[in-house]
Design a protein around this ligand. Structure first.
Ligand SMILES: [Zn+2]
Ligand SMILES: [Zn+2]
Length: 255
């Protein structure tokens, strides 16, 4: 049963969306700029030593922690700074009203607007990545600096892809692709309004949720990452029994 409030919110949001918006162009711009940046940063790499590659898993983990903090303390908490407040409004006041665990799916590409970050976010993430990559590039080697920033931008593109997969209709790929199916169940549970402030705050791989015990599962890291749609290890102190993606898209039509 889809709540009337969500149905009404979707109707209003769609009617306020400018006529020229295209989700395809939105994604094309983000992935076009993102892939070009990664190509540009990677083109500076030369004679990479084995230990310089260690930058990639370290930055991957740092991005995972950053994503958890950004989602917990900026996307779900109103901060009185104009830019940060806009992120809160976009995520909590729009994205979470548009998608609940009663209806998690896009109707068409124009609904992507309420999920994919605006293009300037990629510019901001790039600017945030420049100082630390410059510092490690200066104090360690230039390869470490270029790998640092190439990894942060890659993780942003991975985030957009994985979050997008959480809001498409059930299909063979999202139901079976490792990591994607895990995040899809993880994120469907997060979209229950009684859980959204405190549970399942990772939006790619639930590593920090496992580490800080904010996941709705109670099991080890490997199981967390490869859980798929399973509900076997669900915590027993949750306010509700989270829906699986299949239950959240059981209706044959999308509102
Ligand atoms: Zn979402
Ligand atoms: Zn959220």
């Amino acid at each position: 049963m889809i709540p009337d409030k969500q149905r009404a919110f979707r109707k209003t949001y769609r009617s306020n969306l400018v006529g020229w918006y295209s989700g395809y162009i939105h994604l094309l711009i983000i992935y076009g700029i993102g892939i070009s940046l990664i190509y540009f940063f990677s083109s500076h790499l030369e004679n990479i030593q084995w230990w310089e590659w260690v930058t990639v898993p370290i930055v991957f983990l740092l991005c995972n922690i950053f994503e958890w903090y950004l989602h917990s303390y900026v996307m779900h908490r109103p901060v009185n700074l104009p830019g940060l407040r806009a992120i809160y409004e976009r995520h909590t006041m729009n994205h979470h009203q548009f998608f609940t665990d009663s209806e998690m799916r896009f109707l068409n590409h124009r609904d992507w607007r309420v999920t994919v970050f605006p293009t300037y976010a990629l510019v901001v993430f790039t600017l945030i990545s420049i100082p630390p990559s410059f510092i490690v590039g200066y104090f360690l080697t230039s390869n470490v600096g270029w790998l640092f920033i190439a990894t942060t931008i890659s993780m942003y593109l991975v985030y957009e892809f994985m979050h997008f997969c959480c809001h498409v209709d059930e299909n063979v790929f999202v139901a079976n692709c490792p990591f994607v199916n895990t995040l899809r169940r993880h994120h469907t549970a997060h979209h229950n309004q009684s859980m959204m402030m405190s549970r399942n705050m990772n939006l790619t791989f639930p590593i920090t949720d496992w580490l800080l015990k904010t996941s709705d599962l109670e099991c080890g890291l490997v199981r967390h990452l490869l859980n798929g749609y399973s509900t076997k290890f669900m915590r027993d102190d949750l306010p509700i029994t989270p829906k699986t993606p299949a239950e959240a898209s059981s209706s044959s039509y999308i509102i």
